[in-house]
Write a protein that binds this ligand. Structure first.
Ligand code: ATR
Length: 443
């Protein structure tokens, strides 16, 4: 069930696609029982009165007044006075109680222990809301939801955002959404529009196949829009989410990802090289360039490919063959490796320049490229993640210039190339090419 979080009565309009509303009465400017009664007549409500400035005694009194309105659902914090909890749960039997645990600091290790302590109170449902300090924290929460049908796990914080989409796949009893991006009542909460349209919340179910992006940062990536739109258009019961993951977290991530059941993953910076040692079956592209941007998890095995090189070179070769041409690549990360490998394969002479010279030299040596900036070249490809301001003198008039960054579309690098009259290739074109190849690999 999906509930809209309401922090003031004016937000109760145009609520489509939800099963009900959660009235966060602790955030309401005034607590007017008459008004609440009217709202209860119109909407299926969860009433929630968190700790605020009032004493616990006053809060208990208010909760009893609210329960006398016979709300369909009531959220009670599990660490309230035990006898109070036992009394109200027994007395107001028409109301479905949700017993909730909150941890705004972290996701505790012993989640099972917390759940066991909560189920001592016989209620309709239980909710564990905890701050995800990592994607792995959020994955542990989802696995707990999967085990207990009467439990909802709510991941707080930026790292837990993706998990808020996955409630229906892991059997969350209740999920929550903000009415819009300005009205979020919890860190990491998604707005209803994104849940219902981008992520197709209503069509998600336990059988939905899971795909996702791992890397750091992932916020600018448009992969979730591209892949979820494609799943919708092709009527594929699948979902794609973005997960922030840094290199130190990869080893813990894989066992969890297997247990969760991810079928395929896109890999972005800075993981494209570090991920290779976790691939059981790397294909020729991965073996050749020692970097991967696409994983398939199947039959207990991790298969890896790299679609960056083909994606970029297909975009470049739409303008003419690279055979015999001089290609300069700025950067020495995973994307540079894949592009250099593919350009060499197609007959180009490849030069590498990089901020950290040693890393650039290693790449050049590995892939039999040249290191440094030649006095003349045909094609210049920028493979750095930032909106790099490049010295104008490096951009040659008449060259074909590509930036692999696609958000923003017009990078300072491409603007400088345009100003010099160069033909340019937007990063978007490579992004779409490589994403199409990822889909092919997964399916
Ligand atoms: P990806 O896997 O997408 O290629 P990456 O592995 O993080 O991403 O690699 C990014 C490349 O951009 C690196 O070569 C990096 O240079 P260093 O090797 O010196 O770290 C380069 N890069 C990142 N920010 C940069 C900046 N501000 N100026 C110049 N180069 C930069």
């Amino acid at each position: 069930m999906l509930f809209a979080c309401i922090s003031r009565p004016e937000l109760l309009k145009n609520l489509e696609g939800v099963d009900g509303v959660e009235l966060r009465l602790d955030l309401f400017p005034i607590l007017d029982l008459k008004q609440i009664k009217q709202i209860l007549d119109q909407y299926s409500c969860i009433l929630t009165l968190r700790r605020a400035s009032q004493s616990e005694g006053e809060r208990e009194k208010k909760i009893i007044e609210l329960l006398q309105l016979n709300p369909p659902f009531f959220d009670l914090e599990w660490d309230m006075r035990e006898t109070f909890l036992i009394d109200v749960i027994a007395k107001y039997s028409k109301t479905k109680f949700i017993l909730s645990y909150h941890n705004f600091e972290q996701t505790p290790d012993d989640l099972d222990g917390i759940y066991r302590a909560m189920v001592r109170f016989p209620t309709f449902g239980y909710k564990i809301a905890a701050m995800s300090l990592s994607t792995n924290d959020a994955l542990r929460m989802l696995l707990l939801s999967k085990k207990h049908p009467n439990l909802s796990t709510i991941c707080m914080g930026e790292k837990g955002e993706f998990a808020r989409v996955l409630g229906p796949v892991f059997g969350n009893q209740i999920d929550y959404g903000a009415v819009n991006n300005q009205e979020k009542v919890a860190p990491g909460q998604l707005c209803l529009h994104d849940l219902l349209t981008i992520y197709r919340y209503r069509s998600l179910e336990k059988k939905t196949a899971l795909y996702g992006l791992i890397g750091d940062p992932v916020d600018k990536s448009q992969g979730h829009i591209y892949h979820n739109d494609l799943f919708r258009d092709k009527k594929t019961n699948a979902l794609y989410v973005k997960m922030g993951l840094c290199p130190e977290e990869i080893s813990t991530f894989f066992p969890l990802a297997r247990e969760i059941g991810f079928r395929g993953l896109s890999v972005t910076m800075p993981l494209k090289e570090a991920i290779v040692s976790h691939i059981d079956k790397p294909d020729r592209n991965v073996l050749g360039c020692k970097a991967s941007n696409t994983l398939l998890l199947k039959e207990g095995c991790v298969f890896g490919t790299n679609t960056d090189g083909v994606g970029a070179l297909d975009a470049i070769e739409k303008r003419g063959s690279v055979d015999g041409k001089k290609v300069v690549i700025i950067g020495a990360g995973g994307a540079s490796r894949a592009i250099a490998f593919e350009a060499k394969k197609r007959g180009a002479e490849v030069w590498i320049v990089n901020r950290t010279k040693e890393k650039g030299r290693i790449l050049a040596e590995d892939l039999e490229c040249k290191f440094g900036f030649p006095s003349f070249y045909d094609i210049l490809a920028c493979c750095t993640p930032s909106n790099l301001e490049i010295d104008q003198k490096w951009i040659l008039e008449g060259a074909l210039v590509m930036d692999i960054t696609y958000a923003p579309k017009e990078t300072p690098f491409l603007l400088a190339a345009k100003a010099k009259g160069c033909e340019i290739i937007y990063g978007e074109e490579m992004f779409i090419n490589q994403a199409k190849l990822q889909t092919k690999f997964w399916f």
